[in-house]
Design a protein around this ligand. Structure first.
Ligand SMILES: [Zn+2]
Length: 671
């Protein structure tokens, strides 16, 4: 028994099959199907491209840290406990300290521990003994002369590098920290350190470097007394039995600490204690070298322009004695930064002037001079900074901090004897904050004096004649801060023993591998973030625009470049990664701009779908009409009556007559 509603009844007869209404219905269904098919096809095409895009607002990248133990019993260190995130950082968000901005980059740190056999230690000891130099020297830690055994730190670093196969090489994407315990070498004991009145012969061992100021030839003193070194490779070594060093007063040798704290390494707690002790040093190394923080925002730019202004506030005699143009070397500064940022243009300009030619600045400096005692005092840097900030256009007319150019204004003052100082309320406690330089984000201010720096050779023991310290090294250090780099001892003083101009201890002019990696990696990170964001934006546009072959090809190329940049990044080829990421970002931006300008053809596609649907619907209905067998005879009068009855009373069901149901196919069924 079929139930037919009144509307269906009207189209029941074959004669009515090809009526306008039927045609419209078929066309509508076909149109709908065509439109849906269009949509699904577009969606599938876009989705296929989209799944491989790295659409992120932040980045999480991996770094491997290999830790090599030399001279330790494996049984004395619990590596599982050492790898616990309380002992060694498992993740590190890379942030900017001034302004507390986030870089949106987090490093996932993976550790590998290697214990070297006794034979390796023996090989190292032999090598060290071959290069050892014994010297009676005034040792600033002891404030007395000691018999020191010195090893050339650069030679030791080179030895570790050449013998890296013995600890299965460096990780491809990370850093190696070697930690040695070499008490077989002449080392300081607890008794020697704790009971100096006993006048025991003290013979510590140290790693040594030598630095000479490149401007004025002064030899930096006391650079023999180091316990660690590195910076030329992705490696840093630390000897826990060396020292103590005056520069790291909180880090006496391990053998001294063990006795002072009565630690027995052969007990369960001894194992825990040693693991934690080493973890503290390794934690510092990871934070100082592998994933350092930034002091200012590390902006990638096509050009870095260092605009150096030198103000000479010395007497005529002092100016004649050390001409100001001898105190700074622009070509050295330029080559240093070209090596640090090989993908950018470096410009260094210098302007020298006497205070007499700038009476306003001279007045501010004079008014900021605080006399402490007769003949001593300082120039308070804050009012001078404020004046320079308000009048910056007078000194450096065009200042940019964007991708086209990062301008670094530098103001270098030469005084006779008084430094500048950054004062504070703690000054009352005797705190003296005299400074050689300060990087303030929008400018750097440096102050050197004739007495303490330019003619330093005359005031030190033993004297160094007319030798002195010029501006170049401090300019490089402060400029490093302005680009974002932090001190390598920010998270532990022993990090100061590294060949970097960002170290206080080293008087280096060339950036360490850690500095280079940190800055270049961050530039790559940021450009990759921007490239991915541009691609994500493109994919958010209406799908019909993206599905255009030209646009898809452009987006695919951008995606491919991002993939290649990531590959180089993982191999620590950050210079190549920056270059590829820049190409990817340019392509993604071009593609995005092109897509935005393209009209949205979705409504047009829908209209096309309807037209196709109508045509197909008509065609199908025409075929059906032509191929259908004639249907049963016209309804009998009884049937007709029944229908009429049903038309009159639509709520009654229509009954079939005989075995044949009254209504058969041809009616579009209502779901
Ligand atoms: Zn600094």
């Amino acid at each position: 028994m079929n139930h037919v509603d009144t509307e269906d009844w009207k189209t029941d007869s074959p004669a009515e099959d090809n009526s306008v209404k039927g045609l419209v219905k078929r066309a509508a269904y076909c149109s709908l199907i065509v439109v849906i098919l269009f949509a699904v096809a577009f969606q599938a095409a876009v989705a296929a491209q989209h799944t491989t895009t790295n659409v992120t607002a932040s980045r999480k990248v991996s770094l491997d840290i290999k830790i090599v133990f030399i001279g330790f019993n494996k049984s004395n260190i619990d590596t599982e406990y050492l790898a616990w995130r309380e002992n060694l950082p498992s993740q590190k968000a890379n942030n900017i300290m001034v302004g507390e901005q986030e870089t949106r980059v987090t490093y996932d740190l993976r550790y590998e521990f290697v214990f070297l056999e006794h034979s390796f230690k023996q090989k190292l000891l032999d090598s060290l003994r071959r290069i050892s130099v014994e010297k009676e020297l005034e040792n600033p830690w002891f404030n007395a002369e000691t018999h020191n055994v010195l090893y050339d730190a650069n030679k030791v670093e080179e030895w570790f590098y050449k013998n890296r196969a013995d600890y299965s090489g460096f990780p491809g994407n990370g850093y190696t920290f070697l930690i040695a315990n070499l008490t077989e070498l002449p080392s300081v004991s607890y008794d020697q350190l704790a009971q100096p009145w006993k006048n025991l012969a003290i013979s510590p061992h140290y790693y040594s470097v030598e630095y000479v100021d490149e401007d004025l030839g002064y030899r930096i003193r006391n650079r023999q007394f180091m316990t660690a070194w590195g910076g030329h490779y992705r490696m840093w070594f630390f000897d826990v039995s060396a020292g103590p060093s005056f520069n790291t007063p909180e880090d006496p040798p391990l053998q001294v600490v063990l006795k002072a704290l009565k630690i027995d390494l052969n007990t369960q707690y001894g194992r825990v204690w040693l693991t934690q002790y080493l973890a503290d040093y390794l934690w510092e190394a990871v934070w100082n070298f592998a994933v350092p923080q930034f002091v200012h925002e590390p902006i990638y730019s096509k050009r870095y322009r260092f605009a150096i202004n030198i103000f000479d506030n010395r007497t005529d005699l002092e100016r004649t004695s050390v001409p100001v143009d001898k105190t700074v070397n622009t070509s050295r500064i330029k080559s240093t930064f070209k090596e640090l940022l090989p993908y950018s243009e470096i410009e260094v300009s210098i302007k020298m002037q006497n205070f007499s030619s700038d009476p306003d600045l001279a007045r501010v400096v004079k008014e900021s001079f605080k006399i402490i005692d007769v003949g001593t005092g300082y120039v308070d840097v804050r009012p001078v900074y404020r004046y320079l900030q308000l009048n910056i256009g007078k000194y450096v007319p065009r200042i940019l901090r964007n991708e086209e150019e990062v301008t670094i204004p530098m103001f270098c003052f030469v005084f006779s004897k008084q430094h500048m100082a950054y004062t504070s309320k703690w000054e009352v406690r005797g705190y003296r904050a005299s400074l050689q330089g300060i990087a303030l984000g929008d400018m750097a201010v440096i102050s050197l004096t004739q007495y303490y720096e330019l003619e330093r050779g005359a005031i030190v023991k033993p004297p160094q004649g007319t030798k002195g310290i010029g501006f170049s090294q401090t300019v490089i250090h402060e400029s490093g801060h302005m680009l974002g780099l932090m001190h390598p001892f920010q998270f532990g003083q022993v990090g100061d023993f590294v060949d970097s101009p960002m170290s206080y201890f080293a008087h280096s002019y060339d950036f360490s591998q850690f500095d280079k990696d940190a800055l270049r990696r961050m530039h790559a990170d940021r450009i990759l973030l921007e490239s991915s964001a541009k691609l994500a934006e493109a994919y958010e546009l209406p799908m019909t625009r993206i599905a255009m072959p030209m646009s898809l090809a452009r987006l695919n190329n951008a995606q491919d470049l991002i993939r290649r940049a990531e590959q180089e990044y993982e191999r620590m080829n950050y210079v190549e990664a920056v270059s590829l990421a820049l190409d990817a970002r340019r392509l993604a931006a071009e593609g995005l701009r092109e897509l935005r300008e393209m009209p949205n053809i979705w409504p047009l596609a829908a209209i096309c779908g309807v037209i196709i649907g109508v045509v197909v619907g008509y065609y199908l209905s025409d075929i059906r009409r032509k191929t259908r067998r004639p249907r049963s005879l016209p309804p009998s009068s009884t049937q007709l009556d029944q229908r009429i009855l049903q038309y009159i009373a639509p709520c009654h069901s229509v009954h079939a007559y005989g075995s044949q149901p009254l209504h058969v196919a041809c009616l579009p069924r209502k779901a």
